[in-house]
Design a protein around this ligand. Structure first.
Ligand code: ZN
Length: 183
């Protein structure tokens, strides 16, 4: 068993068995990781409040022999709080979109220091959804600034499609049936 103490962004969580939960985290040390949290569904569980999606935390994880991770302890992050952001519908929706996009675009256990710094910066900044997507795409190695439309090679791209990791101009995106994100 190896213990990890790391900063993390809570991407999402789901119920597991009667009282437990599986929490999907993006951590500084391990990258994306899914970890089991015991007693998460108990009303008085202190860690349950900290482990709500979109929070930034410090977490102690144990990697178990059987290959899964367990959350041993969790504390609020000491410098990043999204409490005010979560109360504001528009700012909260940017955070939510950020968590979803990170979940889609990253692989488990592939830490990326640059990406982590971008996430922390976005959490503390007032970025709209397009700015957030552009900053993350750059961190993922798909800088929209240097992209051209996948269909017509137009130099001004306005959409990104997760399915093919392609950029599209406004015109080509409007003729697409798939759901592309708007930059
Ligand atoms: Zn085009």
């Amino acid at each position: 068993m190896i213990e990890h103490y790391t900063e993390a962004f809570v991407l999402d969580r789901e119920d597991f068995k009667e009282h437990d939960g599986i929490v999907h985290l993006y951590t500084e040390e391990l990258g994306k990781v899914s970890a089991r949290a015991r007693g998460l569904k108990k009303i008085l569980s202190k860690s349950s409040a900290h482990l709500e999606p979109l929070n930034f935390v410090r977490v102690r994880l144990m990697s178990m022999k059987s290959g899964y991770y367990q959350i041993i302890d969790v504390m609020p992050h000491d410098t990043i709080s999204v409490r005010e952001k979560k109360k504001d519908v528009r700012r909260c929706s940017v955070l939510l979109a950020m968590a979803e996009f990170i979940r889609k675009m990253t692989y488990e256990l592939h830490p990326d220091e640059y990406l982590w710094d971008v996430m922390k910066r976005l959490a503390g900044a007032e970025a709209d959804e397009g700015e957030m997507y552009r900053a993350l795409l750059k961190a993922f190695g798909f800088d929209p600034q240097y992209a051209t439309c996948t269909v017509c090679q137009h130099p001004e791209v306005s959409h990104f499609l997760h399915d093919d990791h392609g950029f599209y101009c406004r015109h080509c995106a409007s003729k697409m049936s798939a759901n592309a994100i708007v930059l």
